[in-house]
Design a protein. Sequence first.
Lengths: 91, 87, 130
Amino acid sequence: MNAETTNFMLLGGISVGSFVAGLYFLRYWRSTGDRFFLFFCLSFWIEAANRVDMGITRAWNEDTPVHYGIRLVSYALILFAIWDKNRPRGK
Amino acid sequence: MDKAIFGLCALTALACAVLLLRAYVRSRFRLLLWSGLCFAGLTLNNALLVLDRVVLPTQVDLSPWRLGLALVSVLLLIVGLVLETDR
Amino acid sequence: MTPGRRPVPDDVRRFVLTSIPSVPYLEAALLFRAQPALERSPADVARELYMAEPVVVPLLEALAGAGLVRRIGDGGRYGYGPRDPALAEMLDALAAAYADDLIGITNLIHDATQKSALRFADAFKLRKEP
């Protein structure tokens, strides 16, 4: 089993999957107006782009500052979404 | 630095998984189960990144397994979103 | 959202998305609310809502289970009986919103996307709300 080609395929799958998940969150945002979903959409889309870049640069382990930096942004968006939802008078 | 980031990501994903699965137990709404499992998988995915740096020797290449886990996690979420968006 | 009308209030919107599974369910609830003192049998409700009685029976049971109507005796009769004042207020608001914007409320009842979204987002609320 060639780890490289397997990883390319897996990264491709993860990117498209994350993109589609983001699309559903986009749809939820448009239908409810709740920006909680916008944050989730962006989080997943940023990760999708991250995975594409990992494929292009063959960085299987998120070793570079770019990749773990973007990972941080993606998850920070989720944390922010949860915080925003739970603020008093936040919907 | 990167270990701290992956640790934080793992904790965030864990929080999401707990919240979603707890809500699933209360309401039995299946989307919450699928998405909860997704975030559980992502928790593990990020935790493995930390583990990879800290514990395991450099010969062992976990990357296909880790990426496979991430893919399965995302697929679980998609299954939930596609199949359960229907009362 | 239909322009030019009062938009459905947020709390009514949330109530419809979480608690009103179908239009007949809503119509039955409002039927009871319109004449709170009146007792009705499934046959009465079926006649007034132009529905078949076998369909009405589980509907009334669901309404009773949810605390919108109450069972009277064991003769299979029902009457308006919201289980608490907050629910009664909500039903009043819902009745007003339904009268004001029937299509809007009906669309909400059938909006699977909003229902899923709401349930997903609700999971992330840390404070337990009823």
